[in-house]
Design a protein around this ligand. Sequence first.
Ligand SMILES: [Cu+2]
Length: 131
Amino acid sequence: MIGKYIRIAALAGLAVANAHAAFAGAADYEFQPISAEIKNGPGSELAVRLLDKRSGKAVPGAIVFRTRLDMSPDSMGEMEAKHEALPSSDPGVYRFQANITMAGRWALKLQAKVPGEPETVEGSVVLTAKD
Ligand SMILES: [Cu+2]
């Protein structure tokens, strides 16, 4: 009887471990702001680094295919800022130019395809716009 329970518990543990392995991929990456402070106004420049948390190294060559910039950190999630990608000469650094319309905290939310990673990597960085 006891042996049977132990076997079931071991199998359950294995299932959890497998599920974890399946999700480990995208969670190994993190977007970080280069500067957490940005300029309030048109043409404000933002930059984030994509980090592989396992190696601590920046990850070049990611395709950032969806972004959203809004004031959700200051409870204004419906307030969006127009922005576009800029070229970057820094490997692993992804740059944008945004028309920031209000001082305060903005969230840049990103979805990216990372070389060698089948899962979509998602991240969000909070940037504070100052006059
Ligand atoms: Cu606002």
